[in-house]
Design a protein around this ligand. Structure first.
Ligand code: PCA
Length: 324
């Protein structure tokens, strides 16, 4: 059909308006603080998706567990209540023990090793997620995990009897092994738990202590870098499979770029978080040798019991990671 230039411009404008009006809209629940780099990268991902799909898919991020609490995000996506969302992967290990791959104490304690471990685990993890009706688009590590307390701690004896906040099965096991009592609490509820005495301390990175301003209640951070757990952005598998090839490719491109940027940001911020804790009056030091060697013993036991639970699949991840 021939259109005069003026009419052609109108027709084009109408097409664009029509496609924007029919843009698919997805809500994306995320579990952690809006100002945290994980959540900021969720927003970056949404912007990239909009760009790469030419506006056909618009994702709205809901950070801080505001749309679904952290503990409910996976189920919401599995059931399609939300098409996409983000959560710490190892929180699902009570359902699928394989997902504890990145919470083995002292297995991978640097960003470089964390990346190698993810490379070794990726295919098996993706198969496991697929069985759970989920597709992972990108992952992003937290900085190394250490301990927050109200006082000096030199060994497990000092931890005995403390109520410590856990965020998954692995942290609960570490706390129990140290003679403490684990209390499972979302990061979003952490400040309140510390203020009301529900928890006396917790295991986490400098990042979450900074987000939650825990210097108001706690005084000591012990660096351990015991592991670097990953958050991941997941899509409902049925919804993913219903997307055409171009849209899938656009989402994956956005995801690959966002995952790389988020990982770099995590590494860049790791020490900055410690500096912020110190500036706000906390004592930030390496864990002492006695505590460290007790933690290593706990880590060995945890890894042996994980391998017993997950069998060959777990051993294959560790062998590939160790270059065997
Ligand atoms: N922060 C999250 C998980 C790991 C981390 O560093 C939290 O404490 O909930």
């Amino acid at each position: 059909m021939y259109l005069k230039p003026a009419l052609f411009a109108v027709a084009t404008a109408l097409t664009v308006a029509a496609s924007a009006a029919h843009a698919e809209k997805w809500d994306m629940p995320m579990a952690y603080a809006a100002s945290n780099y994980h959540s900021e990268h969720g927003v970056m991902f949404a912007e990239k998706v909009k760009e790469y799909t030419n506006g056909d898919l618009e994702i709205t991020v809901h950070a801080g567990g505001s749309l679904f609490g952290g503990a409910d995000i996976k189920r919401a996506i599995q059931t399609g209540q939300a098409p996409i969302g983000e959560r710490i992967m190892s929180a699902h290990a009570n359902e699928e023990p394989l997902l504890n791959w990145d919470n083995q104490p002292f297995l991978a304690t640097t960003y470089k090793d964390s990346a190698r471990l993810w490379d070794a685990a990726k295919d098996t993890v993706n198969e496991t997620l697929s069985d759970m009706n989920l597709v992972a688009l990108y992952t992003c590590p937290w900085p190394g995990q250490g301990f927050y307390f109200k006082n000096e701690v030199a060994n497990a004896e000092d931890v005995k009897g403390m109520k410590l906040r856990s965020y998954n099965a692995a942290t609960a096991t570490v706390i129990e092994s140290l003679g403490g009592t684990p209390v499972q609490i979302e990061a979003a509820e952490l400040t309140q738990a510390l203020a009301t005495g529900v928890a006396d301390g917790f295991i986490s990175s400098g990042s979450t202590g900074y987000d939650r301003k825990v210097w108001e209640h706690l005084s000591h951070y012990y660096k351990v870098n015991a592991w670097l757990p990953r958050n991941y952005v997941m899509v409902n598998k049925g919804i993913w499979e219903s997307l055409d090839d171009d849209t899938q490719a656009a989402l994956q491109k956005a995801a690959d770029e966002t995952g790389a940027s988020c990982t770099a940001k995590s590494e860049e911020l790791a020490n900055w978080y410690f500096e912020q804790l110190e500036e706000n009056g906390m004592t930030v030091t390496d864990a002492g040798p006695e505590f460290l060697s007790e933690l290593k013993g706990i880590g060995d036991t945890m890894q042996a019991s994980w391998l017993q639970q997950v069998g060959d699949k777990g051993q294959a991840i560790i062998d590939a990671y160790q270059g065997k």
